[in-house]
Unconditional design. Structure first.
Length: 400
């Protein structure tokens, strides 16, 4: 298994790679694709351009494609193929996330060329990725901005990146202000342009902070004192505040609270993550970290949808909650969705037989997750009576 591209490797590494490739070949012949993939990843970590390892990956993909067309596969082989596909999808998603994160960072820093390269790499993995397409469109617009050269736009972006870093948590320190002045001089940014850019960024950060209050604390967190302190922290003028207030109120009018959702998960971080995503998409959320909290919540309010982790630290508590819900007349027909880090075929079939609406595997694809929830809310003929309009409360919280 001589590899012509191992010239840069020492003899010990060459021997190790050859041994790994032999093992991978043996696993592939035995239909153990996950084991083969794990070994091939070791090879590619040491030697990313190894052509034999790459050809073995292509070989696995070809074999799986062929096998998938067969009827009546043995359960073990079916599971091997399913898990391998999930692994590849997850790896591709992680690669795309890293590439787009890097592209956005390059864009924020004013390096348009590298940002474009990273976004195109993401598109090479997924040609339909909407985020990569949007980022490339944004780059095209910036590079064709009338009255400005690419160099001018890049300088402004670099300066904006420093401003945003400095104002991220409110008024910058004296040290940060000095750094801003130094960068302003180095990039030859006029004072008028600095004030213009700084104002836009402060207002944007202020609006993001207001939206964060909504996502984590809901409407009850919008007190006059909180809003006023935040406005002063970002040095936002009352005039600018009025425009931002108007913008947020328009969003509330456009996005009424869609439905009431009970989320149950004993992982505090995951509970916060899901709740924040739902609130940012205008769902009201009741968050419960235990089965007892969930049952207590159901005595007070009837949700439109229930989302629960399947496997708690104490076991598959999710099924217990589901079966209890189905015994209650008032909650019997509430759509029920499970989230889980691992979902085997047996568990999936049990859930479907019981009547579980959907299963979502973690990490959650939130685009699909929110689309599913929107669809189920639209299908509901009896929207929750417990949701009240938020517009009046939000308007009152902004009142001066």
């Amino acid at each position: 298994m001589e590899n012509t591209k191992t010239a840069a490797l020492d003899s010990r590494q060459k021997i190790q790679i050859e041994d790994w490739l032999r093992q991978a070949d043996k696993h592939i012949r035995g239909g153990r694709y996950l084991a083969a993939d794990e070994i091939l990843q070791k090879v590619l970590t040491i030697h990313p351009s190894d052509t034999v390892a790459q050809s073995y990956q292509d070989r696995i993909q070809f074999l799986i494609k062929q096998l998938s067309q067969r009827v009546g596969l043995e359960n073990d082989l079916y599971e091997e193929i399913r898990k391998y596909r999930e692994l590849v999808l997850k790896r591709s998603a992680n690669q795309i996330t890293l590439l787009l994160g890097s592209a956005q960072k390059m864009l924020d820093g004013g390096n348009f060329k590298k940002a474009s390269e990273q976004a195109n790499k993401a598109l090479a993995i997924d040609s339909e990725n909407i985020y990569a397409k949007a980022l490339l469109q944004r780059l095209t617009e910036l590079q064709n901005k009338p009255g400005c050269t690419i160099a001018d736009t890049e300088r402004e972006f670099k300066f904006c990146f420093i401003i945003k870093e400095s104002w991220q948590n409110g008024k910058p320190s004296d040290e940060q202000i000095e750094k801003l002045k130094k960068v302003q001089q180095e990039l030859n940014i006029s004072e008028g342009k600095r004030l213009e850019l700084e104002r836009d960024i402060k207002n944007g950060l202020y609006k993001e902070a207001l939206q964060a209050i909504w996502q984590t604390g809901g409407l009850s967190a919008f007190t006059a004192e909180t809003i006023d302190n935040l406005r002063k922290e970002f040095e936002v003028s009352r005039i600018d505040h009025s425009f931002i207030e108007s913008s947020l109120l328009k969003e509330v009018r456009k996005n009424k609270i869609k439905g009431n959702i009970l989320v149950v998960d004993d992982d505090d971080n995951m509970l916060l993550e899901i709740s924040s995503k739902l609130r940012s998409n205008f769902f009201a959320v009741i968050a419960a970290g235990t089965l007892d909290e969930a049952l207590a919540s159901l005595k007070i309010v009837t949700p439109d949808i229930i989302i629960s982790e399947l496997n708690f630290q104490t076991g598959p508590v999710g099924f217990d909650l589901f079966e209890f819900i189905r015994t209650k007349r008032s909650a019997k027909y509430i759509p029920f969705i499970f989230t889980t880090t691992a979902l085997d075929r047996t568990t999936f079939l049990i859930g479907k037989r019981l009547g579980v609406e959907e299963f979502f595997q973690k990490p959650i694809d939130y685009d699909l997750f929110i689309a599913t929830l929107n669809g189920k809310i639209r299908q509901s003929s009896n929207p929750s009576p417990n949701i009240r309009s938020s517009e009046g409360i939000l308007a009152q919280s902004f009142y001066r």
